[in-house]
Write a protein that binds this ligand. Structure first.
Ligand code: KIV
Length: 273
């Protein structure tokens, strides 16, 4: 058995992600919200599974990530945890569960860790939520930051366009990233920002920087599973690479099933008792 095989079977931890960055090994992260998908993703060798609040869009059909509740996130996280053996599982703290005050933020993070058995939480924002992040970190809960296009703030931004193109916003983003590193976050997601800025952040902080629409100069990539597998076909941003047409495969299979039922071809004698 090669060293690589042994290493691939090892459980991924927050510490191991930092070692991967130090070795220059890229980190592959995907979302999952249910048992069956998480099992496939984990067995396929993903390093990190994010139980993202994008479940609000792709699972529940909402226009934004705002409506999903803490209870719903815990439900998704529990299902994912039952299936996952190797990947590190991170759960998004949903909108409204941590922005109020740091005591509420800690209570929300504790509920996620206690009830789902997940291994870390992710939170959107920088200096505005520093106190909440610090309180959660003090309880021994690993936190991943999320800067740039933070979808929970869509009503403030008014658009899903690229963030931090202007100097002032870029400067704040870099400061926020350094602050997240300094207070003890184990990683940062950078969403939809210029590649040059993302690469600068990845170079200037020692913790892993995972990009989505942030170019190739970062330490890893994350995509929403439903988008990259072509399950959700209505979303085609420039940063998305589609690896399959699962909606097409399903439509074809379901069409054939319907035809077989209508024609009485299914079930056959061999498929009956
Ligand atoms: O909720 C989510 O899926 C995310 C990713 C887009 C990073 O936060």
């Amino acid at each position: 058995m090669s060293t690589n095989t042994v290493d691939n079977a090892r459980k991924v931890t927050t510490r191991r992600l930092i070692e991967m960055k130090q070795r220059g090994e890229k980190i592959a992260m995907l979302t999952a919200y249910d048992y069956s998908s998480a099992k496939i993703i984990d067995e396929a060798g993903i390093d990190v599974i994010l139980v993202g609040d994008s479940a609000s869009n792709v699972m529940a059909g909402n226009m934004t990530t705002l409506p999903i509740t803490l209870d719903q996130m815990i439900y998704h996280a529990k299902s994912v945890m039952k299936a996952t053996k190797r990947a590190l599982v991170i759960v998004d703290l949903p909108f409204g569960s941590y922005q109020g005050n740091s005591k509420e933020a800690l209570a929300s993070a504790i509920r996620i860790m206690k009830e789902s058995h997940a291994e870390a939480v992710k939170m959107e924002g920088g200096s505005e939520i520093r106190e909440s992040i610090e309180r959660i970190l003090c309880a021994g809960i690993p936190v991943m930051g999320h800067l740039g296009l933070t979808p929970q703030s869509i009503n403030k931004f008014g658009t899903y366009n690229v963030r931090a193109r202007e100097e002032e916003e870029a400067k704040k983003l870099l400061e926020d990233a350094k602050m997240l590193e300094e207070i003890g976050c184990f990683g940062i997601v950078l969403e939809k920002i210029p590649s040059e800025l993302a690469a600068k952040v990845a170079k200037e902080v020692s913790i892993p920087v995972i990009g989505i629409g942030a170019g190739g100069g970062v330490d890893g990539q994350v995509l929403v599973m439903h988008d990259m597998l072509g399950i959700n076909k209505g979303f085609s941003p420039r940063f998305l690479r589609r690896y399959a047409d699962i909606a097409g495969v399903m439509e074809d299979a379901i069409g054939r099933y319907v035809a077989d039922v209508k024609s009485s071809d299914f079930p056959s004698a061999a498929e009956s008792y």
